[in-house]
Ligand binder design. Structure first.
Ligand code: NAG
Ligand code: NAG
Ligand code: NAG
Ligand code: NAG
Ligand code: NAG
Length: 849
């Protein structure tokens, strides 16, 4: 069996790499539009205002009538839809978090050539030119309306209505942009390449594709597609969200202005203009449309141990035991496809896993969870209950003849759930409740959901497959994985009676996927360049709504060197989703298999992650509430600093932690960029050093180093007891780190709750603001007085970092609730208060004397 699997896997890789990946040039719908062979020209005949929405009646050069609707939205956004009223396209409304709030529109000016349309109370206006149809978007910046975007300036608007060609396209010319970000998923830098004047003149492709061992720096499509493009400049930033789930190509030409062109194979012409005016606002606008991720359960922010596959229950339990014996903290053990009976989803291979419940009880007792893989394909085998029910009820995607589509995947001959069919979706999600031999530590991993179909040249199901309601696969291809995760998430909610926050990981993804699942970067390679690219890949996802991202630590394919593995743990510990995973065909590499030196460094990297769990958890809470990404490119906070435009070898975790992972072999020093100017301080607590934010610094590193800098002006609480998993940290005491700015001031937040239920939505949480100043000392306020959670905030230790020159007085003691503690001056940079035994329920002050 294993050799058949190996054959399938390798065959799949070969098919994937030798078959020419379709490009724009190889597909007429795209080539003809891109090279200008096909050019429609649209004119506006008449217009009306209906309920505050501007409705344009337009004709293309073939005399076909279309309706264009322009919606002015709250929050600095504009939506534009072009529809062929006689042939509506698939409505992607489930992708949006909710229908965006409309501003009442008004026509401010009209003439024979154009009109000006704006929303009441808004700061945006749109100029609509009639012949040819063109749009210009203006935004109020410092009291004047400035043009930020021209739409259809290059006359690339097309909306084809023949059965053989339903392509839609449009060009956007962003006036102020210097770089382009977004449109994941590609194995690409943060700042996108020029597809017109660059070396590789192919446009970026969005078409969810199982692409093992993908090359770096190409425009080829990977597992997911998020059609949001940011046009970023140091003066102004704006963007566009192209709501279309068909195969799409995007041209990028940044050169003072950013000219971009979207061409989709079919689907709707429906897009949102995000008017910024800076990078942060633009990202928040996009996230307000597609939603933030709900707060993940704490365990899922810990360290995950996985492999394709732990082949038996002894194997899995052995790993748990060895990890414990060797003191490697971790929260989750993963089972890949080999726990299944003949790769049939929702079954167990009872030969190799004879006692699944007993195994899960043991994993649970060790403080761990179990993640099980569930793919979207179903083995075609009569008598297999999932196959029988799905077949009887018509729950599978159909081929062009209306028969259940059949293709090959892990189980051999398979069919695929049609998640667009509400009954199929409901049945699929109900399977999580009835899943035999599972306990309450189970969470889910959705893989192969592009969907991956073996042995077909397209690598996925044919375009002319038919979904529920007669929708062609080509139109909804990029939401196939998305719709699986919606129903996995829903299934787990039901399974746990809405009492427990589900964790779902998905490979394929689309816009809005953050509401249902975390994402990883798929089948990467154990190489330095794959380590390096994991940072921009996750940064790009983070600014595209998906903060919870990680790459397989160690690389999925290929044997890893010890040095690379250590660097990968050090890097992975600072990306939101932190999972070690590897293919079946590489040497085992659980961290306890290495020598003491290597073990020590890996252990330290993992511990670094656990020390900062309160930071991660607080940031994810704030992401849910305020929509800010958890990890951020430097340009997010330093958007007017031209040096940050293309920077993606370092990043910010929240606002205050700057991380520069080492992603090259054998380096003795590394160039780090510290932003913010002379008034911004960055503290290195390993080398006890303070840097000003004045640009590049060369920092010495060795194998133990992972350069991390804390911003002056920030406070963060860490949990520093060494525990086997996060479950044992719930009641631990915090060490509070204060990093003073040049005014001897600092502030930060700490959030906690019960770490697993939805009670936090009913005010059962604590959210503290911590402030330090020279007058009051440390002041802690309960920000949300409504919070009714009764776990206390315990502080064991306080560490204050400061600029040595700023010290005018050394305190000798600190008074807390009448008790007095000694202040220890460790050196010019740092003083500490140790052995604190402080518990904080409400507001609190710690005064220094
Ligand atoms: C657009 O206007 C033309 C006449 O100018 C009319 O015949 C047609 O029905 C209108 N179409 C729509 C979609 O309103
Ligand atoms: C930038 O645009 C100018 C003129 O608009 C052109 O001459 C130049 O070649 C362009 N450069 C790149 C790199 O595209
Ligand atoms: C559950 O596991 C037990 C062994 O512990 C086995 O006897 C039983 O058949 C399993 N049930 C299913 C539905 O797989
Ligand atoms: C404060 O204590 C540090 C460490 O002992 C010492 O170096 C420094 O001179 C002291 N400063 C003042 C103003 O007393
Ligand atoms: C800390 O204070 C609590 C009461 O607030 C007390 O019960 C406990 O023994 C103290 N712990 C130590 C280590 O002093």
């Amino acid at each position: 069996m294993k050799s058949i699997l190996f054959f399938l896997f390798i065959y799949h890789l070969i098919i994937n790499s030798i078959c020419d990946v379709p490009t724009c040039d190889s597909q007429p719908f795209c080539k003809e539009i891109r090279d200008g062979t096909q050019k429609s020209s649209f004119t506006v005949n008449e217009y009306t205002l209906i309920d505050g929405v501007l409705v344009l009646n337009a004709t293309n050069n073939l005399g076909i009538f279309f309706e264009m609707k322009i919606f002015m939205l709250e929050g600095g956004m504009i939506r534009v839809k072009l529809e062929d009223p006689s042939n509506p396209r698939y409505d992607l409304k489930t992708v949006l978090n909710q229908e965006p709030n409309l501003r009442m529109g008004k026509i401010d000016f009209e003439s024979r050539d154009y009109l000006i349309f704006s929303g009441i109370g808004g700061e945006e206006e749109i100029h609509v030119y009639f012949n040819p149809l063109e749009l210009e978007v203006y935004k109020l910046i410092k009291n004047t309306y400035e043009m930020i975007l021209k739409i259809n300036d290059n006359q690339m608007l097309n909306f084809n209505v023949e059965d053989s060609n339903k392509a839609v396209s449009l060009d956007f010319n962003f006036i102020h942009a210097q770089v382009a970000y977004g449109i994941p998923q590609h194995a690409e830098q943060l700042s996108l390449q020029n597809t017109i004047n660059g070396e590789d003149k192919n446009p970026y492709r969005l078409f969810n594709n199982d692409f093992c061992c993908y090359p770096i720096g190409t425009k080829e499509a990977l597992y997911g597609s998020i059609p949001v493009l940011y046009a970023h400049g140091t003066e102004l930033t704006s963007g566009v969200f192209w709501l279309n789930s068909a195969q799409t190509f995007v041209d990028i030409n940044p050169n003072n202005t950013l000219k971009s062109l979207f061409i989709s194979q079919t689907g709707s012409l429906d897009f949102f203009v995000l008017t910024g005016p800076n990078l942060k606002e633009t990202i928040l606008q996009y996230t307000s449309l597609t939603g933030s991720a709900p707060l993940p359960p704490l365990f899922s922010l810990g360290h995950h141990q996985s492999r394709w596959s732990y082949m038996s229950q002894e194997d899995a339990l052995g790993v748990v035991e060895e990890m414990d014996r060797n003191d490697f903290p971790f929260d989750v053990i993963w089972l890949d496809i080999d726990y299944l009976q003949d790769y049939k989803i929702f079954t167990w291979n009872l030969e190799t896993f004879p006692n699944p419940i007993g195994m899960q009880e043991e994993i649970g007792r060790s403080g761990r969870k179990l993640v099980l893989i569930i793919d979207p394909h179903v083995k075609r085998e009569e008598g297999y209950f999932v196959f029988d029910v799905a077949t009887e009820n018509g729950y599978f995607v159909m081929d062009k003849n209306g028969d259940d589509f059949q293709g090959a995947c892990w189980p051999g001959k398979s069919s695929w759930f049609d998640f667009l069919n509400p009954s199929a979706a409901l049945y699929y999600s109900s399977l999580f409740t009835t899943f035999a031999n599972t306990t309450d530590i189970v969470h889910i991993w959705n893989d192969m959901n592009e969907p991956s179909v073996f042995a077909l040249s397209t690598n996925t199901m044919p375009d002319d497959n038919i979904h529920y309601g007669g929708v062609l696969h080509e139109e909804v291809h990029n939401i196939y994985g998305f719709s699986q995760t919606v129903n996995t998430h829903h299934g787990l909610l039901e399974r746990y009676n809405h009492k427990k926050r589900p964790f779902v990981l998905t490979r394929s993804h689309f816009a809005g996927n953050q509401r249902f699942a975390a994402v990883w970067t798929g089948d990467n390679i154990a190489s330095w360049e794959h380590l390096k690219i994991s940072i921009p890949m996750c940064l790009t996802l983070a600014i595209s709504g998906v903060s919870n991202c990680g790459a397989d630590v160690g690389g999925f394919v290929g044997d890893v060197t010890e040095e690379l593995l250590q660097r990968w743990y050090q890097t992975g510990a600072w990306l939101p989703f932190f999972r070690a995973h590897s293919s079946m065909y590489v040497e085992r590499r659980e961290p306890y298999l290495f020598n003491e030196d290597v073990q020590k460094r890996i252990r330290n990297a993992i511990r670094e992650r656990y020390y900062h769990l309160p930071l991660w958890y607080t940031l994810f809470f704030e992401h849910e509430k305020f929509l800010e990404p958890v990890i951020r490119p430097l340009s997010y906070h330093y958007s007017d600093d031209v040096n940050t435009l293309e920077m993606d070898d370092q990043f910010l975790v929240g606002r205050d932690v700057l991380v520069h992972p080492i992603t090259d072999e054998d380096v003795g020093d590394v160039k780090i960029y510290l932003p913010g100017g002379v008034n911004e301080f960055w503290y290195d607590i390993v080398n006890e050093y303070l840097y000003y934010g004045v640009g590049y610094e060369t920092v010495k590193v060795d194998l133990d180093s992972l350069p991390v800098f804390y911003r002056g002006g920030s406070i963060l609480a860490r949990l520093e007891e060494h525990r086997a998993s996060s479950q044992f940290m719930h009641d631990d005491s915090y060490t509070v780190y204060v990093f003073l700015d040049k005014n001897n001031y600092a502030e930060g937040n700490l959030y906690f709750d019960d770490y697993e239920s939805f009670d936090y939505l009913e005010n059962k949480f604590k959210y503290f603001k911590l402030i330090y100043n020279n007058i009051g000392g440390l002041i802690i306020n309960d920000v949300d007085d409504e919070g009714e959670f009764d776990r206390l905030f315990k502080i064991a230790k306080l560490i204050v970092y400061r600029h040595p020159a700023s010290v005018t007085k050394n305190y000798s003691e600190v008074n807390v609730n009448g008790a007095s503690y000694k202040v220890e001056h460790v050196n010019d940079y740092r003083f500490e208060v140790n052995n604190l035994n402080v518990t904080i329920g409400d507001d609190f002050q710690m005064r220094f004397y």
